[in-house]
Design a protein around this ligand. Structure first.
Ligand SMILES: CC(C)=CCC/C(C)=C/CC/C(C)=C/COP(=O)(O)OP(=O)(O)O
Length: 353
């Protein structure tokens, strides 16, 4: 990310677009293929979420301070509270790492993100604020709940679902609030509201399943439920220990299966969403199909989620999926999903030529 050209706390939409490219693969792709005004609304809305997510993931901030900083952020975002975003910037200052990566640059630039947000259409602001507040509340609650454990330690499936709801289901609601403004039939809006959280859960659970090693070694978080690990004889603290490789891999499998249970709802969302206000099929089809591909990879090598190797789809497949998604119709989603669940997509299209 290049240095900022705006003054401190000044709105800068172009900077926000650049920033999102550095912090989330999912939203970098999505914002690129949305049209205006949705592209900028999703970009700035997601950056507001990302500030909280980075503070929550920070292993170097003691839980008490983490929760205080999150609550200050919450008050600064809440239009009914007088707290200014500058109060958050001051509170987080001592925790900014000396070498700021893209994520911490976004945290340090929260005043710019907030100022840019205030220049969005007021209706879009109203759609974005409640899910962001819910996310920040949920994150502060999780930090408090696990304060004595040093990092997050998810206990059981219900707690995993609750965590994924705050981290990503709320983002699904944010997107849905933006999509259902204006002239959307009530039945259609209801269908979207019924399946939005599930779409978020799918994406978050795929991340939980594939990132076990990084989450533990870099952020001191274990999202694989203690209950599922115990059933395999594994203590959460030893989730990535080589002697537990096979047993932990069975829990990765179980978590990936849990993620698969949300695929139908995510597909229903894609089949229902309106393509107005700059929304496009491509934007949300890409993360959906990449989740299908990642689940396929996890199915064949769950143990790689427990080492530095990691699990991800190849760059060639990402390109092939992006190219197919650029003219995808709602009626071809089921078939694409079936193909990608079986074969890396670049090979499937390669062999069809
Ligand atoms: C209704 C609807 C479309 C719902 C979907 C909601 C949605 C896109 C939620 C965000 C999920 C997520 C895991 C983001 C970060 O992933 P990342 O892989 O970009 O993050 P990383 O680069 O930090 O790993």
């Amino acid at each position: 990310m290049s240095g900022r050209e705006h003054g401190p706390g000044e709105a800068d939409l172009a900077w926000c677009h650049e920033a999102v490219q550095g912090v989330s693969r999912t939203f970098a792709l999505t914002v690129d293929v949305l049209e205006e005004p949705m592209a900028s609304q999703i970009c700035v809305g997601y950056l507001l979420c990302r500030v909280a997510d980075t503070v929550e993931d920070a292993g170097h901030i003691p839980p008490e301070a983490q929760s205080d900083v999150l609550r200050t952020y919450r008050r600064a975002i809440d239009p009914d509270d007088e707290t200014e975003i500058g109060a958050f910037r001051e509170a987080v200052d001592e925790w900014l790492p000396a070498e700021r990566d893209d994520d911490w640059t976004v945290v340090a630039e929260a005043p710019t993100i907030a100022a840019t947000f205030e220049e969005l259409d007021p209706e879009a602001q109203e759609a974005i604020v409640p899910p962001v507040l819910e996310m920040v509340d949920g994150m502060a609650m999780f930090v408090d709940r696990h304060a004595t454990e040093g990092g997050l330690r998810i206990d059981d499936r219900d707690e995993l679902e609750q965590y994924c709801y705050y981290a990503a289901g709320t983002v699904g609601n944010l997107i849905t609030n933006l999509l259902t403004r204006g002239d959307v039939a009530e039945e259609r809006a209801d269908r979207l509201r019924e399946t939005a959280e599930e779409f978020g859960l799918l994406l978050q659970l795929v991340n939980v399943s594939k990132d076990v090693y990084d989450d533990y070694t870099e952020e001191n978080n274990v999202y694989l439920p203690a209950e599922w690990l115990e059933a395999e004889g594994v203590e959460q603290e030893r989730v990535v220990h080589p002697e537990n490789r096979e047993s932990s891999a069975r829990v990765v499998d179980r978590t990936a299966d849990y993620a698969r249970s949300f695929l139908d709802d995510a597909q229903a969302y894609l089949e229902t969403m309106p393509l107005s206000n700059g929304n496009t099929m491509e934007a949300w089809t890409v993360p959906y199909l990449l989740a299908v591909g990642t689940l396929r990879e996890l199915g064949s090598r769950p143990e790689d989620a427990l080492t530095e190797t990691g699990v991800k789809v190849s760059r060639q497949e990402v390109f092939a999926v992006m190219s197919a998604a650029s003219d995808v119709g709602r009626d071809s989603l089921a078939e694409l999903r079936q193909t990608i669940a079986r074969t890396p997509f670049h090979r499937a299209v390669g062999s069809a030529d």
